[in-house]
Design a protein around this ligand. Structure first.
Ligand SMILES: Nc1ncnc2c1ncn2[C@@H]1O[C@H](COP(=O)(O)OP(=O)(O)OP(=O)(O)O)[C@@H](O)[C@H]1O
Length: 323
């Protein structure tokens, strides 16, 4: 049985179709990632799966239960960690967890042991009696993860689990997520717009403008691009861009101050480049395709550009509404 099964799922908000009929399945034990720019529909999807939003059309099952007709069963079987913290700062870490245990009806006899287990996992056992308002951002997120796990859910949903955290804390959160996969029988479903984080997932669905444009393992998606990314510094970048087009039919552009283009078998292309370009080359680097390149190959733009247009769309919609 799938941990999550989605069939023709649609969500409309008035005129806006935020999720446009998506289908996918998540296998038990996977870390499944939803990758896409802001506004792609990731949170809307996760909210439907968590029973917080009602689908406009289509069906979804989580842990074998229908998200519309078996809401309570779904809720019992899932853990949630959302973008906006929902901890109570005036309570200690342990009190926050105890409160959650009551809400979820975790049997008294197992609460103590389970609390210790999850707090040790996220490295907060020693700080459990401190008030949450004295915790750092990373500690709060770790406490939320511990709380999401307390009632031993079958599926843990994490909406942008590392957003707003510094790189070191992000990486420690990821260590906990990976460790979780080893120690608990759990399926993890998360959303992110960080490419490097999507790399840690067993499989990812790339989402853009309400649809899934690609779904596979990160390795398979990158292999599918079939081109390497070459970056060069030259004596005359504009002339180099023109020459790459004329001599090799390559579409090059400037990225972070370097002439950048994609070509199959990049390492083998470099000697030809030096021999034939006719413009002095100061440095060269060749990189395997990244998930950014995957996104680009499916959508024709980078995630960052896509976020720009989503923000523009939003501004225009606000203006149209006269706000
Ligand atoms: N309650 C709502 N009412 C109206 N429109 C909404 C609502 N929630 C989301 N939307 C719209 O649906 C689209 C998808 O939003 P969603 O939050 O699912 O994207 P996302 O990929 O999760 O992005 P983010 O990472 O910013 O949350 C956006 O155009 C958004 O403005």
């Amino acid at each position: 049985m799938s941990a999550v099964a989605v069939d023709g799922l649609v969500k409309r908000f008035g005129e806006i179709e935020a999720v446009k009929g998506i289908d996918f399945q998540v296998h038990p034990g996977e870390i499944f990632g939803f990758l896409g720019p802001n506004g792609a529909g990731k949170s809307t999807t996760i909210n439907m799966l968590c029973t917080l939003l009602r689908p406009s059309e289509g069906r979804a099952e989580v842990a074998g239960h229908d998200v519309v007709t078996e809401r309570d069963d779904v809720r019992r079987n899932i853990g949630l960690v959302f973008q906006d913290p929902t901890l109570d700062g005036y309570l200690s870490g342990a009190q926050n967890l105890r409160f959650h245990a009551e809400l979820y009806g975790v049997p008294r006899s197992v609460v103590g042991q389970r609390m210790r287990q999850v707090l040790e996992m996220v490295g907060l056992w020693d700080r459990r009696e401190d008030l949450v308002q004295t915790y750092s951002g990373g500690m709060k997120r770790r406490l939320e993860i511990a709380r999401g796990l307390l009632h031993s859910p079958r599926v843990l949903f994490l909406d942008e689990p590392t957003v707003g955290l510094d790189p070191q804390t992000r990486s420690s959160i990821w260590n906990y997520i990976r460790q979780l996969k080893e120690t608990e029988e759990i399926t993890i479903f998360l959303t992110t717009h960080y490419m490097d984080e999507a790399e840690h997932c067993s499989r990812i669905a790339i989402m853009d403008q309400g649809g899934i444009v690609a779904l596979d393992t990160p390795e398979a998606l990158k292999a599918g691009v079939g081109k390497d990314r070459v970056r060069i510094q030259t004596g005359d970048d504009q002339a180099a861009i023109a020459a790459l087009g004329e001599l090799f039919g390559l579409e090059a552009g400037m990225s972070e101050g370097m002439v950048t283009f994609a070509v199959a078998s990049g390492e083998e292309f470099v000697p030809r480049l030096f021999a034939e370009l006719g413009i002095p080359i100061k440095s060269v680097s060749v990189a395997r395709p990244s998930l950014d390149d995957v996104f680009m190959s499916f959508t024709g733009r980078t995630i960052r550009d896509a976020e720009g247009t989503a923000a523009d769309r939003m501004r225009m919609a606000m203006r149209a509404r006269g706000r």
